[in-house]
Design a protein around this ligand. Sequence first.
Ligand code: ZN
Length: 541
Amino acid sequence: MPARPMDRRDFVVTSGAAIAAVSGPPFFRPSRRDHDLIIRGGTVFDGLGRPGIERDIAISSGRITAVDVRIPGRAAHEIEARGLAVAPGFIDIHSHVDGSLRSDWRAESAIRQGITTIIAGQDGDSRATGAPDDSFAAMLREVEGLSPAVNMASMVGLGSVRGKVIGDMDRPATAEEITRMTAMVAQSLADGACGASSGLEYTPGGFASRAELVALCRPLAARALPYATHMRNEDDRVLEAMDEAIAVAEGAGCPLEISHLKMQGQANWSKLDDAFARVAGANQRGMDVTFDRYPYLAYSTGLTNLFPIWSRDGGTASFLARLDDPGVAPRIKAATLAKVAGLGGWDHVEVTSVRNDADRPAEGQRLGSYAASLGQDPYDTTLGLLRRSKGGVGMVGFAMSEENLERILAHPLAMVCTDGSGYATDGPTRRGSPHPRGIGTCARVLGRYVRERKALALPDAIAKMSSHTARRLRLRDRGRLARGFAADVVVFDPATVADVATYENPFQYPVGITAVVVNGVVALEAGERQGTGRGRALRPS
Ligand SMILES: [Zn+2]
């Protein structure tokens, strides 16, 4: 784990003591400090979608204590923000950064783009399940103990719950198993989970029937917390998958969050109007349906996801064995080739990571050209990579439309997610060739989609990354710049903010994000990391 730099306050105390020791009389006069931190003169966006106004912000003991034209008095530290935008720290409604907090507490890819809270436990996969030996309370305590740079709240993953009770098998749950799984979801919510997620294109979560999902989502209703779903399909049957998602939430009586909404594959781009109509229809009959999206045209997942879910029944070993079984191999190949054709061909698929060291040259390569360079058929190349990495190969698929992306981001019910993993330009998380969304998303929304393409207005973009998300997860004291709220703040330059990371070189931090404050403590200032992690485990209220 990277060493923690000295905290700003620790530094003041230590250096003061050292000087006192050599110079005799106490170096510090007892001085009255009115605030821990003041951010001076920035254009303050409250997070609710209102235009920015010039204000000072005072912070003490981790809370915002004042937002005013001119705040008198002194602070232990001041940040000059004249000419810059000041916004609530961004809340990432669909994050995979939880996977690397243990190996790198800094969460650089989040902090550097202004994210101060991640919502983890996505796509049906959470680090706790609500079983007696695997409780949410213990998991959240562990996260708090790691003292990461960002706050974290987590959903309970319905795939993880199913895996715990049933394993990797493709079979219906018994009534007794459904009762047990539902109790685990209820226990997780009681212990602080902020929703329940599913990943229906993944195993084992995708083996759940609609009725099973309805039962497991029922405990969400009383708490008005969302069922968030990576739907069963995002390409040729995306509308049918939306119908299922809406039916599950309606059956359970809970809010619905459609994760990373997209119409994948050019043949499906025209379905967006129908998708929006389904959301509007559900809301008109009293449901509460929203969605989120990352600002990129490529998605990212495991390479096994190109293969039909029935071929993955029983886990990786069974999957790899089926690839060699002449009885089913031709059917698997036909389904996979159809999926790839829908994406636009093998050069729309890029390898992002491999587990087998000898295949590192494949990382960052398009499968079509990579196979050609080896003189191989791309399907055979794909199977070879999967076999040698025991299924552990990541991919990026270029399959979405720019026009649709702008319409989705601009939709009043849309929030912004990264769907990204945690990584840094140095340390143990600099690995493979991850999708740049993990490091660039918020800066890309503010730079490319607000400033350059004017797809949405700045106050709205900020709201989609702060108050809307906080309200969705019932994080009552987050996501706004107002007195009494937790002091999570981002300062950026609207004229220059931009993402830098690309698919070819994802290890580059955004520019124009000048300061980030987490729970009242400076995490980034003048583009440099500061202090130690002050992130907390958050629970809905
Ligand atoms: Zn997903």
